[in-house]
Design a binder for this molecule. Structure first.
Ligand SMILES: NC(=O)c1ccc[n+]([C@@H]2O[C@H](COP(=O)([O-])OP(=O)(O)OC[C@H]3O[C@@H](n4cnc5c(N)ncnc54)[C@H](OP(=O)(O)O)[C@@H]3O)[C@@H](O)[C@H]2O)c1
Length: 277
């Protein structure tokens, strides 16, 4: 039996088991996907004993994503650029390999939900320069976006990312976010604002072109206030659940040897649990 897990501290909230166990059952694979609550001070030891624990690999969630990257022997381009790992596996030589599949998940979902989202290559505006913002920037730039505005409450973080990612990324003052929407073909919320239990995202969509796409990384609630406001004025919307499902695909394929498909049934299965925590 092949086993994998998600490692976090805490780990209870993770929806990864729901996704991977669904696929294991769906494809009749003799495998298991566990939750492993690992304290930060125990991460290095746990990863060193991954094979001894019987695992082919693991997902990594908060607060271990940066540490897992440092501990990996082999790191792919996405994980290195994003500065964090969310997917680990052991290669044939037993070396710990790391990837980050968030950018892949975001772009794949965006293209699935809004295929022609930026056919005329208009500017894109991203809100949030945290870990998720970094992944979105990597995804969009790799996909060919050349004109990216980045607004973050703490301007220094946006400037640091602009520095790291080069001249295609321009920082925008958080206070100027409403005005900056003009001409944009895509608005992405990569802040934690709008999540159940957090403050709402204060934004006025007035200047956003009517044919722009609005994507929210927040998936709990599924329909955030941002998406509801965008939908009400006729913009196409892309929610955060699709990204969550798609980012799981490469890990499942690595561990269990089959590339799983994100289906409406899987989406409904996970969506049914949202709002519970
Ligand atoms: N759908 C998915 O698969 C997926 C994947 C990854 C993440 N996410 C979601 O993405 C969101 C961000 O995650 P993260 O890992 O990037 O978190 P993070 O590293 O903690 O960053 C949080 C971001 O939110 C901003 N922020 C927080 N409170 C704010 C406030 N009151 N006003 C303005 N900005 C505020 C922060 O700005 P400052 O820099 O000024 O603090 C920062 O840009 C979370 O909701 C997470 O669940 C979804």
């Amino acid at each position: 039996m092949i086993r994998s897990c998600v490692i976090g501290w805490p780990v209870e909230h993770s929806r990864s088991p729901l996704i991977h166990r669904y696929w294991l059952k769906q494809y009749g694979i003799d495998g298991a996907y566990e939750k492993e609550a690992v304290r930060p001070e125990d991460l290095a030891r746990f990863l060193g004993l991954l094979a001894a624990h019987g695992y082919a690999g693991a997902n990594v969630t908060l607060p271990h994503k940066e540490a897992a990257l440092r501990l990996a022997a082999v790191v792919d381009d996405a994980a290195r650029t994003i500065g964090a790992a969310n997917t680990l596996w052991l290669d044939k030589a037993g070396r710990l390999c790391a990837s980050n599949t968030d950018a892949y998940g975001f772009i794949t979902n965006l293209e699935g939900q809004a295929a022609d989202w930026n056919k005329d290559r208009r500017p894109v505006i991203v809100l949030g320069a945290g870990g998720a913002g970094r992944a979105i920037l990597h995804g969009l730039l790799t996909d060919g976006t050349t004109n990216l505005l980045l607004a973050n409450r703490t301007r220094g973080r946006a400037e640091a990312l602009a520095q790291a990612f080069g001249p295609s990324v321009r920082p925008v003052d958080w206070e100027d976010r409403n005005r900056a929407l003009a001409e944009c073909g895509l608005l992405v919320n990569a802040t934690s604002l709008g999540m159940t239990g957090k403050e709402t995202l204060d934004i006025d969509l007035e200047a956003l072109p009517a044919d722009a796409v609005v994507a929210d990384l927040v998936y709990s609630p599924l329909e955030t206030e941002l998406l509801a406001a965008a939908r009400a004025r006729g913009n196409r919307v892309v929610d955060g659940l699709g990204m969550l499902l798609h980012q799981a695909v490469p890990g499942f394929e690595r561990w269990f040897g089959l590339r799983p498909v994100v289906t409406p049934e899987l989406r409904a299965h996970v969506a049914a649990t949202l709002g519970e925590t």
